[in-house]
Design a protein around this ligand. Structure first.
Ligand SMILES: [Zn+2]
Length: 324
């Protein structure tokens, strides 16, 4: 591991952290379960730091997942997290942090489009997770929403909560290169060696789905059967798209500008069957202003409504074409 860059770390600490008092947080659905310590033995190369201590081991300040996440995400208040209706999925990161999800089916529309919205697959893209928390505040209630949501604001909590946030997970794997794309064993390694020069930030892992976070997401895609997957990243300030429907042209100020296909990426893995929209926010450390966040959100909803067919519509189109 490279030595820590202390000036950068100091700057980071000022930019991204806020002080939270434990009295703000009460036990909720997100409280760390008592058995967390059993899953929380240190793995991999994560630096030792008190922020990395599992909540159940930190007896003097047993902080909930919301407390730990909002201590890192400056734009997300404890109240936002507590009110976000997140629950523990049952899956845990390498270091035992619960993967949190919000599931909201539409009660107003039977055949609703299923949307999987993911933030923070790269732990050092803090704005990506903050954006998902922000958008959750604007989610219409189930009885007026035409969409079935499955929302994962922080897929790589160990990377985000490391002493210095890291792109990779606690095992040093870039989760967005760990999905089983065709010929992964050859292509992912070859790409990592020849194109990235063995960049440790882009290590695809020793085998596809070697990591609990990517494995859980792959299982969740099979279980939930989304009609659209939206993955939020930073800092390229564009939209990227893999899939069989018309891509969006623009959300807010973000325009479509394909950034490439990588072996092992979520887009390359799912894009053939399920459209994968990648939103690259313009800064990893700072959210766009509220007006722009609102424009991106509204443009996204409109594009889904106009372009993503529901399961029944796809089935009907398939049966029509096979009948011809
Ligand atoms: Zn990213």
């Amino acid at each position: 591991m490279r030595p820590l860059n202390f000036p950068a770390l100091f700057k980071f600490a000022i930019t991204f952290t806020i002080t939270c008092t434990s009295s703000v947080f009460s036990a909720t659905a997100l409280a760390a379960p008592a058995h967390a310590a059993a899953h929380a033995a240190p793995h991999g190369h994560a630096p030792a730091h008190k922020n990395n201590a599992p909540a159940a081991n930190n007896a003097s300040n047993a902080r909930t997942p919301c407390a730990r996440l909002t201590a890192r995400l400056q734009s997300v208040t404890p109240a936002m997290c507590q009110n976000s209706q997140l629950v523990q999925s049952g899956a845990r990161s390498r270091q035992g942090f619960p993967i949190l999800t919000r599931q909201q089916a539409s009660t107003s529309k039977k055949d609703s489009v299923r949307v999987l919205l993911i933030g923070g697959i790269h732990g050092d893209e803090l704005s990506a997770s903050s954006a998902v928390f922000q958008w959750m505040q604007w989610l219409p209630p189930a009885d007026s929403s035409p969409l079935h949501w499955n929302i994962v604001p922080v897929l790589n909590p160990d990377g985000m909560l490391a002493a210095k946030p890291r792109r990779v997970n606690a095992n040093g794997v870039d989760l967005n290169r760990n999905f089983p794309t065709p010929r992964w064993n050859v292509e992912a390694q070859r790409y990592w060696i020849s194109k990235t020069g063995r960049d440790p930030r882009r290590f695809p892992g020793s085998s596809p789905l070697s990591e609990p976070e990517s494995r859980w997401l792959s299982d969740e895609i099979k279980r939930f059967k989304p009609q659209i997957i939206i993955s939020v990243h930073a800092p390229f300030g564009v939209l990227d798209f893999d899939g069989p429907v018309d891509p969006p042209v623009r959300f807010g100020a973000l325009r479509l500008a394909p950034i490439g296909v990588y072996p092992g990426s979520l887009g390359a893995y799912s894009g053939n069957q399920v459209p994968v929209l990648t939103i690259e926010l313009p800064s990893a450390g700072r959210l766009p202003d509220q007006a722009e966040m609102r424009r991106i959100w509204q443009d996204m909803l409109k594009w889904i409504e106009q372009n993503i067919p529901s399961g029944n519509q796809i089935a009907m189109a398939n049966s029509k074409s096979s009948a011809q």
